[in-house]
Design a protein around this ligand. Structure first.
Ligand code: B12
Ligand code: SF4
Ligand code: SF4
Length: 364
């Protein structure tokens, strides 16, 4: 249980740290300065099939925190590190699956929501009254990175990540909107990217478009491996499949090459993010065989507390087929032949594509 002696922003920040959040800050600004940029991004179609981002009510809500919590006075914004050893799965071993770092341990939505609830209860005890509040972690229509920059947690890198000069970018962002009148923290104003363009050059699909005239970093999400392997529910465009390599869930390349992660991303002390044995560089063949034996429901049961549940059984199996095709080894043929008879048409099509690559009947 977290104890907050008396109610002010500094003590609330200290309480957030005591709960394991490495960084925390306070925002009092209600209206988003970035909403026009967000709308332009949607209008350009750079969000692809992520329809939840373009729902008109949700777009409006991103513009003002008042629309989410009418009694809003301040938000506590926290960062929770998931940095792991670098590099984790050897990318040089194409027979093994790479799952993005953020998704190897327990589901951060659950971990952070639990802690924010604890923080909220601590604030209520200190206030001696019910506190109107709402917690978010990648779970609702608020611009979390804008709030985190305002709370002083980092700057927007050219890879679009929020980066802190002493912590890198391997951290989640959580937000607790409250009706408590805390004083705001100093926003983060500097841009530490300078002339560096490592992430732009390293992105295998050309998803990072650099900064626009306003200085905002722009991503074409429809090309991002994270989108293709997690958010996209249909077929992965054939021309992008080879660039995915052995990344079967998410992608960390533009963070791995960032000097701020090379220098400062110390492994997290959070036990909840320790890798699940099945998700720490499993063999592609073993993972495919396991998924083929599972129903969609069994998959959800098995991975209920893991971010990989978002891809569903068919989506993850689709990705593993692509990675097996990219590996190109004949020993993958038996498992791919089984996948080519799967009940899911999506899986069957990607397995056929992979078999075509291995047998040399397909060039892409
Ligand atoms: C949709 C989404 C995605 C999409 C699109 C990503 C993108 N870059 O937009 C996809 C599926 C590709 C994705 C991938 C990933 N995601 Co994601 N994703 C989100 C989500 C739900 C919304 C982001 C969004 O609105 N994008 C639209 C763009 C336009 O908004 P934005 O990224 O916030 O960018 C801002 C700037 O452009 C800014 N801006 C405007 N004008 C100006 C002017 C100046 C001068 C400046 C500096 C900035 C600026 O305006 C925008 C709004 O604030 C957020 C959670 C949330 N609710 O915010 C998580 C979130 C951004 N994702 C997160 C993570 C961890 C990831 C991955 C690392 C997962 C992985 N390993 O695969 C990758 C990283 C890929 C990358 N390089 O971004 C974290 C990022 C934490 C951090 N340190 O930055 C978030 C915050 C979730 C969380 N709560 O922790 N994601
Ligand atoms: S996450 Fe991967 S694919 Fe997406 S922008 Fe970064 S490097 Fe490119
Ligand atoms: S790799 Fe370089 S350009 Fe890209 S975010 Fe990091 S510092 Fe900025």
């Amino acid at each position: 249980m977290v104890h907050i002696k008396s109610l002010d922003g500094e003590r609330a920040i200290a309480a957030a740290r005591a709960l394991g959040f490495e960084m925390a800050g306070v925002v009092t600004r209600r209206d988003s300065a970035h909403l026009p940029h967000f709308r332009k991004w949607l209008q350009s179609g750079l969000h692809g099939t992520m329809a939840y981002l373009e729902r008109p009510d949700a777009v409006r809500r991103r513009g003002s925190l008042d629309l989410t919590l009418p009694a809003f006075r301040s938000a506590l914004v926290v960062a929770h590190s998931y940095a792991g050893p670098h590099p984790a799965t050897p990318p040089g071993d194409p027979s093994r699956a790479i799952i993005a770092r953020y998704a190897r341990g327990r589901d951060y939505h659950h971990v952070i929501a639990e802690r924010l609830e604890e923080l909220g209860c601590g604030l209520e005890r200190a206030a001696g009254r019910a506190v109107e509040r709402r917690a978010y972690v990648d779970t609702g229509p608020i611009l979390e990175r804008e709030l985190a920059a305002l709370a002083g947690l980092g700057w927007f890198g050219k890879n679009t990540m929020l980066i802190h000069p002493r912590r890198g970018s391997y951290f989640f962002i959580g937000v607790l909107l409250t009706d408590l009148p805390f004083a705001p923290s100093a926003p983060f104003r500097e841009d530490h990217c300078g002339t560096c363009r490592r992430c732009l050059d390293a992105c295998p699909t050309g998803a990072l478009l650099g900064r626009d005239d306003s200085g905002a970093p722009v991503m074409d999400a429809t090309r991002c491996i994270s989108y293709l392997t997690i958010e996209l529910k249909g077929a992965i465009p054939e021309e992008l499949r080879p660039a995915i390599g052995n990344r079967v869930f998410g992608c960390d390349i533009c963070q791995e090459v960032c000097p701020w992660n090379e220098k400062f991303a110390a492994p997290t002390a959070e036990p909840a993010y320790a890798p699940h044995p099945d998700l720490d560089g499993p063999t592609l063949i073993g993972l495919a065989a396991r998924l083929l034996e599972m129903s969609g429901k069994a998959f959800i049961r098995e991975f209920a507390d893991s971010p990989v549940s978002r891809a569903r059984r068919n989506g993850l199996l689709r990705n593993v087929c692509v990675a097996l095709g990219n590996w190109g080894a004949r020993e993958a043929v038996p498992v791919l032949e089984r996948a080519a008879r799967d009940q899911s048409a999506l899986v069957r099509e990607h397995a056929d594509w992979a078999l075509g690559r291995i047998r040399g009947t397909r060039s892409t």
